[in-house]
Design a protein around this ligand. Sequence first.
Ligand SMILES: Nc1ncnc2c1ncn2[C@@H]1O[C@H](COP(=O)(O)OP(=O)(O)O)[C@@H](O)[C@H]1O
Ligand SMILES: [Mg+2]
Length: 227
Amino acid sequence: MPTIVFASPKGGAGKSTSAVVLACELARRGAAVTMIDADPNRPVSTWARRPGRPEGLEVVADVTEETVIDAIEAAAARVPFVIVDLEGTASMTVAYAISRADLVIIPSQGSQLDAAEAAKAVRLIRQQERAFARRIPHAVLFTRTSAAIKPRTLQHIRSEFEAHGVPSLQVQMQEREAFRAIFSFGGTIDGLKAGQVGGLDGAMKNAKAFAAEVVARLRQAQPAEAA
Ligand SMILES: Nc1ncnc2c1ncn2[C@@H]1O[C@H](COP(=O)(O)OP(=O)(O)O)[C@@H](O)[C@H]1O
Ligand SMILES: [Mg+2]
């Protein structure tokens, strides 16, 4: 049912990485997940063609401006989680996907320049809220953060967003080799071998906490359906 859309006009913000990590963790928990690859560069489809994709996770590729709404609606009628990965531009595809979202996640690295790009995504979401006369829950996800230190810059950016009514997820996507490695080797974090990549336990813990917070937020937004 719920549709989770990863959006940010900034290329390299961590959309595709975070989307695949979330999808894999939901699938590992036993849910059927459909990923919609609406980026013409097809990062998710390329990942999915490598070995190790979870059984319960299907990828719909070649989704365009003309087909994105149909693709989302068809998937949402079929599976409990739909995850949409978008390209890093402002396009009709992005606007349409946001209009169908139950939660928009806006990945952003913890710098002021990146936050300005994230703010553009927030403006687009607010436009879509007005255009469609409905609330579109959204939250910033800080990506590529250090597992070891908590920089003040990030805290400052978080509180600035908050002051403007933009929530951010408590969980951050830490800078982890494992999150890069799944795109090289294919498959999921728990499918990687300790000899291939270090820090697997930390990455797994991060992925679990991320998925748990996303599911909790979806429940908050749709109290009736969570019952
Ligand atoms: N949490 C992370 N840890 C390590 N590398 C990351 C992380 N998130 C993204 N990256 C790397 O940053 C680059 C951009 O990430 P990507 O997910 O493709 O961003 P986007 O989809 O927003 O363009 C890629 O090289 C990816 O491997
Ligand atoms: Mg991407």
